[in-house]
Ligand binder design. Structure first.
Ligand SMILES: [Zn+2]
Length: 172
């Protein structure tokens, strides 16, 4: 599923009725489940920057497909409530975790991992100022965030493959 520098992004399909019914059959106890249509394996060397909010490149999604992402966690009780709903609908999502929050709530971070969601990072402290801070400070925020999340959820989790800039405050 996850190869070196390749991350699985999980795609939720807002599906046509027929396929929705097929997926509901795969979600025990919930005939109205949204389900997950597929997992995309993304090579960051191919998709260096993703997201039409900031960049020109987006993912090669099919009609009615969306990718769910959640930033700024883990933070109970909210993260757990979201995870409960995702589980109820057999939906997988992508989390961009803040390093110190992962260390603060390791059980919640591990739950995200255990339930099959993809984990990226979102800096160590959610410092707002990536667009103007010294480059060494920015580098430290990124690397410490990766180290913190990896230390909590374990290696081989693809926690290093994708990064989302806090507040989208990027510069070249
Ligand atoms: Zn954020």
């Amino acid at each position: 599923m996850i190869i070196w520098r390749t991350i699985g992004l999980i795609v939720l399909m807002l599906a046509a009725l027929a396929t929705a019914k097929a997926r509901a059959a795969d979600c025990p106890g919930n005939p109205n489940a949204l389900g997950t249509s597929r997992m995309l394996s993304i090579d960051p060397r191919e998709f260096l920057r993703i997201g039409s909010v900031q960049y020109k490149t987006s993912l090669p999604l099919e009609d009615r497909e969306v990718v769910l992402t959640f930033d700024d966690g883990p933070l109970p009780p909210y993260t757990n409530r979201v995870l409960d709903v995702l589980a109820e609908h057999c939906v997988k999502a992508n989390y961009f975790l803040v390093g110190r929050m992962a260390r603060g709530y390791p059980d919640v971070a591990r739950r995200i991992r255990a339930e099959g969601h993809t984990i990226g990072t979102h800096s160590e402290s959610h410092m707002l100022g990536f667009d103007r801070a010294p480059i060494e400070t920015v580098k430290g925020e990124i690397e410490q965030g990766i180290a913190s999340v990896t230390s909590v959820v374990g290696k081989g989790t693809a926690a290093t493959s994708f990064f989302r800039i806090p507040g989208f405050l990027r510069r070249q």
